[in-house]
Design a protein. Structure first.
Lengths: 304, 261
């Protein structure tokens, strides 16, 4: 069986600007696959090509075994899309947003009404059923958009920054819903800026920058390979830097901290040595995270 | 250039977009039914009875009867034009409704076709509301005037297509004021609406017939409501069908160019 999404040499240019620069990836059925990267990395453009709303410049792309260029309607029939921008219909209530959206998928009216009510319950908005969408909070709107993406019982769900701007409670609810959707056999593709979110949810992920995929793997693999197991952080000072250099410990200076990547055993040794010989200010050791990988690979320069 | 007149692949799903707009319109029907009703009565009193008491007759026709079909034609123009400029622009740009719709099996061609059909339907509904008012004042002649209803849809489609072309190329919502003031308002005055075209210099008459779509719609409406049928109605109908087809096609392709990048 072919993978749910297969892309090779996928490219997208806008005039002179290269948004996606020859990427290759595949998404397997039933997994949660993440796209990470700084702003302008090409994540959203990739999502738009997958969801058949932006034609690719070159390369191959198949979604659910079909070509977005040739069978967009057939692909979109089985796709659930959560866009980055909230584009709920302000002329309708919560129920209306789901009901009329279902009609666009050629779903019969009584079935559309049933699904709308079931999905309102799924995202815990039943009591807001007849409330106009402008009256909803940001978190409720995102939940309603997630519900809207599910009206057609999609096989593949594409989420572009699903939890952007949400409070921790709302984020946890969305995560829980996404996991339950995965448990029902859905394939999920998401972009996110929140690295803890990616680490929690994604089975596999890629990190993109400047239109290219830098690395691909499971969150654990990537952390071990690119950031080590533990990070020793020491308050930065010229003395400490000179001291570490004298000890031949490789380190990286980031703002007001000096970071040393290490395995778990090494980390204790390094921390002890630094404490004994370098008179540090503050010093901590912590497990390495996806954020360390991300910053290491994409740098610390602001993008916009 | 060829791409701008390519035949778009429109499916029956376009009617779902039309239906969505109809539902929203019907839900606020009290607000929406009022303007055409009031408009018809205001025009009749202010221009028909006011100016009409001095003018009394034009070409042997009572002045109110002369302007009654123009009131219908102007209403067709305004309702479709403003729906597919400001209305469509708001849905496209501010509400992001088109983005949400094209994430479903609907294509952008379906969405724009649905918007155009809705603009034309709105014209039809307005004429449907105005006809009884005009009939009650005895200024139109039934049953031939009932043909104004399908003509309203056709004329509405033409103005919807023209409007959607402006919407497809406008940089922002403010710049839509230009076609509204520089195209629609003059057209409302110089299309044989409140005085016959023949009062203008011959050159201007030809210009009006060539580039002011409303002249043809007023001409058809007048022939139907007076009634004063002539074979020239066919020329008017063909002109409107052709212009409607060209601009609807063009607007769909321009919109795709704007939105699908």
């Amino acid at each position: 069986m072919p993978d749910t999404i297969e892309a090779a040499d996928l490219r997208k240019t806008y005039g002179e600007t290269v948004a996606v620069d020859g990427i290759r990836f595949s998404v397997k059925k039933g997994e949660i696959f993440g796209f990470l990267g700084p702003n302008g990395a090409g994540k959203t453009t990739t999502m738009k090509m997958i969801t058949c709303v932006s034609p690719r410049t070159s390369g191959t792309l198949t979604v659910l075994g079909m070509d977005p260029e040739l069978d967009p309607a057939a692909i979109k029939q089985h796709l659930g899309v959560v866009p980055q921008e909230t584009n709920l219909d302000p002329d309708f209530t919560c129920f209306g947003n789901l009901y009329y959206y279902a009609l666009y998928f050629d779903i019969q009216k009584d079935e559309a009404a049933r699904r709308a009510d079931r999905l309102l319950a799924f995202v815990q908005l039943t009591e807001k059923r007849d409330v106009p969408v402008e009256k909803l909070s940001g978190g409720m709107k995102r939940r309603l958009i997630l519900a809207r993406a599910l009206v057609n019982n999609p096989d593949l769900i594409i989420l572009d920054e699903p939890t952007i701007g949400l409070d921790p409670q709302a984020r946890h609810l969305i995560w829980e819903k996404l996991r339950s959707l995965q448990a029902q056999g859905n394939t999920i593709v998401m972009t996110t800026h929140y690295l803890d979110e990616a680490a929690r949810l994604c089975d596999r992920l890629v990190i993109m920058d400047n239109g290219k995929i830098l690395v691909e793997g499971t969150p654990d693999e990537l952390v071990k390979k690119y950031a080590g197991h533990e990070i020793v952080e020491v308050e930065a000072s010229d003395d400490v830097a000179a001291c570490l250099a004298g000890l031949h410990v490789p380190f990286e200076k980031t703002g007001d901290m000096i970071q040393v990547a290490a395995t778990t055993d090494e980390a204790r040794k390094i921390a002890r040595t630094v404490l004994d010989r370098c008179q540090p200010g503050r010093i901590i050791t912590r497990p390495a995270t996806l954020e360390d990988v991300f910053l290491k690979l994409t740098g610390r320069t602001l993008r916009e | 250039m060829a791409g701008l007149f390519a035949i778009p692949n429109i499916t029956g799903r376009a009617w779902m977009v039309w239906y969505r707009n109809l539902v929203v319109f019907a839900r606020t029907w009290k607000v929406n039914f009022f303007p055409p009703l009031v408009e018809a009565i205001l025009y009749l009193f202010a221009i028909g009875l006011g100016i009409g008491s001095y003018v009394q007759q034009i070409e042997g026709i009572p002045y109110v009867n002369f302007i009654a079909p123009a009131i219908l034609a102007i209403s067709v123009m305004n309702s479709a034009f403003f729906e597919c400029t400001y209305g469509s622009y708001v849905r496209m740009y501010y509400q992001k409704s088109f983005d949400a719709m094209i994430a479903t099996p609907l294509s952008i061609e379906d969405v724009i076709a649905g918007e155009l059909l809705w603009g034309a339907t709105r014209s039809l509904i307005y004429v449907l509301i105005m006809l009884p008012v005009l009939a009650a004042f005895g200024v139109i002649s039934l049953p031939l005037a009932l043909l104004a209803i399908p003509v309203a849809f056709l004329g509405g489609l033409m103005f919807a297509g023209i409007a959607m072309c402006f919407t497809a190329v406008t940089p922002g919502i403010e710049t839509l004021n230009y076609p509204a003031f520089l195209f629609i308002t003059p057209m409302m005055l110089f299309s044989g609406t409140f005085f016959p075209l023949t009062l203008m210099p011959v050159l201007l008459q030809y210009i009006a017939l060539a580039v002011l779509p409303l002249t043809h719609l007023v001409s058809i409406m007048r022939m139907l409501t007076l009634p004063a049928l002539s074979w020239t109605i066919l020329l008017n109908v063909v002109w409107i069908v052709a212009v409607a087809a060209v601009f609807c096609l063009l607007s769909i392709n321009l919109m795709r160019r704007r939105l699908i990048v």
